[in-house]
Design a protein around this ligand. Structure first.
Ligand SMILES: [Fe+2]
Length: 236
């Protein structure tokens, strides 16, 4: 993706999120220069990969295949292993109308996906076979706000305003907005987007960025370069 396209999506997304009265944390407003000091001054933002994230899953068709995300908080995988501590994460996301997040599952993360506003959120769901691949034959049962719902393999679950679904590890899911763009909440166990997304059709989780403009905000996928640059400066 071009940085100019990313900048435009981030500006639109910030306005969309705030239009629902959702207040973003202070670091959402840090410009690239301020975030550039985060490795020294706020290393947890870097280590937990908090902040702005936009992806077209490498397909170059953001309006059809893509997702906007902002990680608000994220725990520590080491705490997950211990079974106590900061075991949780929160994201705010946007699926535009007709914009698909591709079919995937997680090995570790359990997540609630919540329709926080806008249009309908539609999820296509499959159960896993014992080896973790898509089971195209068996029905899938998911908890939705305390009510168990069962769909045929590949069935579409439609979430209206305020509705949510709990996806445990192994439940395959793709999702998109219908009628209008959707503001999506995600409440989950610790999130690791580097290792815990298994896609049906292998796609990159993060887009490569062509720098045709100065970043308005850094993306979480910029943090590795930031840390390398900081280490280079520190090391002389
Ligand atoms: Fe997911």
């Amino acid at each position: 993706m071009n940085r100019s396209e990313v900048n435009e999506i981030l500006r639109q997304s910030s306005a969309f999120i705030r239009s629902f009265g959702y207040a973003m944390p202070p670091f959402a407003d840090w410009d690239a220069e301020r975030m550039g000091r985060a490795p020294q001054e706020a290393p947890e933002i870097i280590a937990r990969r908090l902040g702005w994230d936009v992806t077209d899953f490498g397909q170059g068709r953001f309006s059809e295949c893509g997702l906007f995300l902002f990680t608000v908080r994220n725990g520590d995988p080491a705490d997950l292993a211990k079974g106590r501590g900061m075991l949780y994460a929160e994201k705010i996301m946007i699926s535009r109308a007709g914009q698909h997040a591709p079919m995937h599952r997680h090995n570790i993360k359990a997540e609630d996906i919540i329709n926080r506003g806008g249009g309908d959120l539609v999820l296509e769901l499959f159960a896993s076979t014992p080896d973790g691949s898509i089971d195209a034959h068996v029905a899938v049962t998911v908890p939705c706000d305390g009510v168990s719902r069962t769909l045929p393999a590949g069935g579409h679950l439609r979430l209206g305003l305020g509705e949510s679904v709990t996806l445990v590890p192994g439940v395959w899911h793709a999702f998109w907005g219908e009628r209008a763009d959707v503001l999506i909440g995600e409440v989950s166990t610790v999130n690791d987007d580097l290792t815990d997304n298994v896609f049906r059709d292998p796609v990159p989780r993060f887009s490569s960025i062509v720098e045709d403009e100065t970043p308005w905000r850094l993306l979480v996928s910029d943090y590795d370069d930031l840390v390398r640059a900081t280490a280079g400066v520190a090391g002389g």
